[in-house]
Each structure stands twice: as C-alpha cells, then as structure tokens.
Design a protein around this ligand. Sequence first.
Ligand code: URA
Length: 204
Amino acid sequence: PESELTAGDDATSIEEAREAAMGCRRCPLWRDATQTVFGEGPENADVIFVGEQPGDQEDLAGKPFVGPAGKVFDSILDDAAIDRRKVYVTNAVKHFKFEPRGKRRIHSKPNAGEIQACRWWLGKELDLIKPNLVVALGATAAQSLLGKAVPITKMRGDVVEREDGLRVFLTIHPSFILRIREPEDKEAERERFLQDMRKVRELM
Ligand code: URA
C-alpha cells in the first residue's frame, strides 16, 4: 500500500491530488475533522487565493470558503468584479481544527507544525496550477507561502516575490471583517479589503 507520507507524490492533476489528500496523515488534524477540504477551482486559474483552514461549515461541506467568512469573501470579490468561478480557492491547512464547546465546534488556530505539514499540499497545488499571482488571506497563508511569519497589518497590499519568482499579494483574512462589531469600522475595513481585491484584479 501507498505510504501515508508519499500519498499524492505522483499526482499529475488537481483531481488526483485531491483524491490522495483525502487520506492525508501528515499531521494529526485528520482525526477529529470530518474530511479533507481541498482547494477548488479551475486548473488553469491565473490566481490562487489562500485562506487559513476550513471552518465548521467547510468541514461539513468539503469545500473551502462556504461559511460566514466565505460569504464576506464572495460579496467583496463580486464588488471587485473578480469571478470566483475563474479563480482557485484553497487553504494553508486542509483540515478543520477546533475545540468542542457544548454542541459547538470553536475554530482554533493551526500551529507552525501543522502549517508546515500541510505546506506540501499547497506546494502541489501551486505546481499543478502555476498561477500568475497568489493571494495570501491573512497571516497563516502568508507564513505558509513565504516560509516565515510576516507582519500582515504592516505589509497588507504589498506584493512579495518568492525565490521561485511567484508573486504573493498580502492582505487580511475576510473573517477579520466579520469580527468587527462597530458598523462604521466594519464598513471601513470592508472598503479597504475591496481596494485590495481591486489591486489583485489589476495584478491578475
Ligand atoms: N476561513 C478560511 O480560512 N478558510 C475557509 O475555507 C473558511 C474560513
């Protein structure tokens, strides 16, 4: 049988990689999650958006960004005239990590080891899709894509070129907007994120 650590090595398409990732055991997060949530979108996409990890609804649906953060993301992409069906959307970590609290499952942040373990799959997605641009949505995605922690609030809107030539656009995670309570602040932050997405559209 295929080793748990080499599953996906020989994948030559996103479909094959997704299939192999369903049995991933590179870190322990698979134990409590419902399923692997692999990236989604066309294999010839010009741009890849990278989030943190699936949330509760993504874990159940098996698709990235379909819950509350996904709704915010969709509506802002729409305003920026970016067609979500033409871009590839994925996460730095592909299993939901959570703490049970009563009947609810509360999102908990993936640690450096989990980000590192799952980085292999993100690399596979980048190799297969060969995008012109990658968008890091938040610190976890940036850490996975750049191999080190970067100060997102300071560098948001910047494009960082990796050693392999890949351009990485840095911005916040859409759930950050979701967590703002004060309506004026929320609207201002949504507007800033929309400006970032308009910049992304220019760079695509
Ligand atoms: N947050 C993420 O980072 N990714 C998802 O898929 C959903 C919420």
